[in-house]
Structures are given as structure tokens and as C-alpha cells.
Design a protein around this ligand. Structure first.
Ligand code: UDP
Length: 423
């Protein structure tokens, strides 16, 4: 077994790795391409960073392509993001034209690779029209939606659906996000990589270094929310909750750590609002981190007593999984993928308002043992459900199911399989 797979066996168990190898064997040599719009920042990049090398390690020729856009293009795709998450938004024609034109331009660069692939995974709306410019494609194309599309604004979805409906399948993170489409839809929740810099165990001194680096008092309670400065992540609601908590727990400290994904043009404006709301509050630390600050985020999550993700809409919320994996109790918005992870009173608390968040924060700060219990359950829940090995297994299963179609039987036994795949 390769060193990479060996390392995952240590965390997820040998059976899990054996199962992956069995599933991958009939798919060996296939060409798979993933396409998204940023190599750093945000959950999609975070997942592809390790999913791609793991698929390669399992014998599948996997590449990761990133389309490049203009400011106008990203304004448009941010509008799609907001529209899919339910915001009533009218997207100006020049933006839509730029969206299609940028995809056409990118297709000029990527066409040969994508047309030659057996499977193409297109992540989110940004590169969705690529398919319409790849007329000679020979493989199957899958649209992977990472966004909470439970109640999309009708006209946004109507526009995007014209591109999406041409795909062979789509993937949503939760059953509630599935749409009326004529192709098969798969439900695959995201995952974290337990061996990435973001999630590996850290030495105590590295965790402790964040107290000195960011002027945080190690002897007072620390609350944290890590996320892009995006309204759907509700950073202002977090500050509001914190201000309530301060009345009862004056020593509490809050870190709001974030940065911008390169495909998110609204971040600077939301950051301004957050900074304004934190004026005169020395115990609120707003940290603007570079996109590769994975170990710093890891240390912040480990140093915190409670992690918040008070989103109003959330496709999944990898930050929730990351914190749970570190044994932290999470207080999350009662929405989207957070519902899948935070089981109320069990692996954390779900809340709907700043007042609700403040109530749960106070409860957890006053019940140390409960914090530990919830954190332990949260970690095991992630091990069972949200590690990248489970995610990969489901991608492989999806590829096999689309590839072998309605074959009566797919032979997965490692010893008996031929490398070309035996049906
Ligand atoms: N993240 C980061 N730096 C930041 C903010 C977020 O590295 O300043 C990471 C975070 O740790 C997580 C991912 O980006 O791994 C965000 O994924 P999530 O699903 O929580 O939200 P998204 O940004 O995709 O909506």
C-alpha cells in the first residue's frame, strides 16, 4: 500500500482503505477531471486539494483544472451563489454575457482535456456552461453543487438550469437541495481531510502560540468563528451574540477569522461592516488571514473553547466539521449542511438567532464537562461520516454506477478484477 493510503488507514481504519481499493480497481486508468474556479479559499478548493491526489493514488488519472474569470464574471457568479441560496436578485445582462463569454474562453484552453476525460466533475455554477462548449466530449459530465440550493430564487435557477440539465448527473450535499432535473441526482455530503495542515494534530506549543501572536488571553474563554466575510455566514450575528454573552461572562473573547476566496467579490464590504461593529470591543479580534493560513486556523480551532458557525444559509460548512474533528462543541445556524453535522444537544447546538447563540454559549461556558462530552461525540461523528475517505468512496461508487450503467453485477473483488474492469 502506498504511504498516502497507509496514512489514511491509520485514521480511518484499514477496512476503509481496502474498500476504496476494491472500488477503484475496475476504474483504474480512467481519466477524471475536476473543474472549479479557485485553487485557494473556500470549501471546494479545500476538498479537491486532497481528493485529487487520493484518486490518483488509487490508479485513476485525475486532474484539477481552474477556470479564470474577470471581476464582472465573479460579480455574476456571486449573484448566482446568492440567488441559489434564495436571495431575490436580478442579474444584469452584461454580467450574464460575461459569464458565458468567460466560459467560452476557458473552454478554448480546457476543451481537449475535458473532451478526452471519462468523467468531468464541474463544481458549482462558475464553470457550468463549459459543457455547452465541449461538443466533442466522450465522457460523462457531472455537475456538483456545493451550495444550499433548497429554495433557489426561481429566475436564477431557471437560467442556470439550462446549462445544468445537459449534464449526465448532478450531486447535491443534502437531499433537501435536490432539484427537478431529468438526470440522476446523487446526494454526497462533503468531508474534511484529517491529514491536511488544517486538521492534523498540532504540538501544544503551536496551539499556544496563537495566544501570543494574536494577543489573546489564554486564561479567559475563547469563542471562534472561521469563515469568509460573507453575509450568509452572519458574522454580525456572531458579534451580536457575543455582546450579549459579555454581559454575563465579562472575560469572554471572540475571534472572527476569515479571508477572501479569490472568487468572492463581496468580502471587503462585509469585512468593513464587521470591523465597524467591533469598534470599542477590545475582546473581539477580527483576523484577516492569508488563504494558506491552514495551520493558524487549525491552532485557533484547537485553542478555542467553543466554535461558532452561525450561518443563515450553509451548503455544508466545512468549518463545522473541522471544529468537531478537534473535539470542539459547535454552535451552528439551524440550516443546510449544519443540520447534518450538528445533532442538537448531542454533537453541538443549532440556533436561529443571536439570542439563541448567546444562550448556548453561556450554557457551554458554564458546563465544562458537557463541553468535553459533546466534543468527544462530535469527533467520533466526524470519523464515522465526514472524513475524505467516505467522500471518495461515494465518488467512486457514483463513477462505477454511471460507467457500468445497468450491468447486473460489478465485480469488485481485488484478486479477481482485471485492470480494465470486469463486469
Ligand atoms: N477557510 C480558510 N480561511 C479563511 C476562511 C475559511 O482557510 O479565512 C477555510 C475553512 O477552514 C474551510 C473552508 O475554507 O475549510 C470553508 O469551507 P466552508 O464549507 O465552511 O464554507 P465556504 O467558504 O465553502 O462557503
Amino acid at each position: 500500500m502506498s504511504n498516502l493510503l497507509e496514512a489514511y488507514a491509520q485514521v480511518a481504519g484499514l477496512d476503509v482503505i481496502t474498500h476504496l481499493r476494491q472500488l477503484a480497481k475496475p476504474l483504474a486508468g480512467m481519466k477524471v477531471a475536476h473543474v472549479n474556479s479557485t485553487r485557494v479559499g473556500g470549501g471546494v478548493a479545500e476538498i479537491l486539494e486532497k481528493l485529487v491526489p487520493l484518486m490518483q493514488e488509487l490508479g485513476i488519472e485525475t486532474t484539477w483544472e481552474v477556470i479564470e474569470g474577470s471581476d464582472l464574471f465573479y460579480q455574476c457568479t456571486k449573484n448566482f451563489h446568492n440567488g441559489l441560496q434564495g436571495k431575490h436578485i436580478s442579474i444584469p445582462d452584461p454580467q450574464l454575457k460575461e459569464y458565458e463569454e468567460i466560459n467560452r474562453q476557458n473552454s478554448e484552453i480546457l476543451r481537449h482535456k475535458l473532451e478526452d476525460a471519462d468523467f468531468v466533475f464541474i463544481h458549482d455554477p462558475q464553470p457550468a456552461p463549459l459543457l455547452s462548449y465541449c461538443g466533442e466530449r466522450r465522457g460523462k459530465w457531472i455537475w456538483r453543487c456545493h451550495i444550499d440550493a433548497s429554495h433557489p430564487y426561481r429566475s436564477t435557477w431557471k437560467y442556470l438550469r439550462q446549462f445544468v440539465s445537459a449534464y449526465d448527473a448532478s450531486i447535491f450535499s443534502l437531499a433537501e437541495f435536490a432539484q427537478t432535473l431529468s438526470h440522476p441526482q446523487y446526494i454526497i455530503p462533503p468531508s474534511i481531510d484529517p491529514l491536511s495542515e488544517k486538521n492534523i494534530e498540532l504540538p501544544d506549543h503551536e496551539v499556544a502560540s496563537i495566544f501570543t501572536n494574536f494577543h489573546i488571553d489564554p486564561d479567559r474563554p475563547l469563542l471562534l468563528q472561521v469563515s469568509r466575510f460573507d453575509r450568509f455566514k452572519d458574522p454580525l450575528g456572531v458579534i451580536q451574540a457575543f455582546k450579549i454573552v459579555k454581559k454575563y461572562v465579562p472575560g469572554a473573547q471572540l475571534v472572527l477569522a476569515g479571508g477572501g476566496a479569490t472568487d468572492d467579490p463581496e468580502g471587503a464590504q462585509v469585512l468593513d461592516e464587521v470591523q465597524e461593529s467591533a469598534v470599542g470591543e477590545p475582546d473581539i479580534h477580527v483576523l484577516l488571514l492569508p488563504p494558506d493560513a491552514h495551520r493558524t486556523i487549525n491552532a485557533l480551532q484547537r485553542a478555542s473553547d467553543i466554535v461558532l458557525q452561525k450561518s443563515i444559509k450553509e451548503g455544508f460548512g466545512l468549518t463545522v466539521t473541522e471544529a468537531m474533528w478537534k473535539g470542539k462543541p459547535v454552535i451552528g445556524g439551524d440550516t443546510g449542511g449544519i443540520r447534518l453535522q450538528v445533532i442538537n444537544f448531542n454533537t453541538g447546538f443549532r440556533v436561529n438567532t443571536p439570542e439563541g447563540a448567546a444562550l448556548r454559549i453561556r450554557y457551554l461556558l458554564h458546563h465544562t464537562q458537557k463541553r468535553k462530552e459533546i466534543g468527544l461525540k462530535a469527533k467520533e461523528f466526524v470519523r464515522d461520516n465526514f472524513l475524505i475517505t467516505r467522500h471518495l468512496r461515494e465518488y467512486l461508487t457514483l463513477i462505477a454506477s454511471l460507467h457500468f450503467g445497468c450491468a447486473d453485477r460489478i465485480e469488485l473483488n481485488l484478486d479477481k478484477c482485471s485492470s480494465s474492469g470486469q463486469v
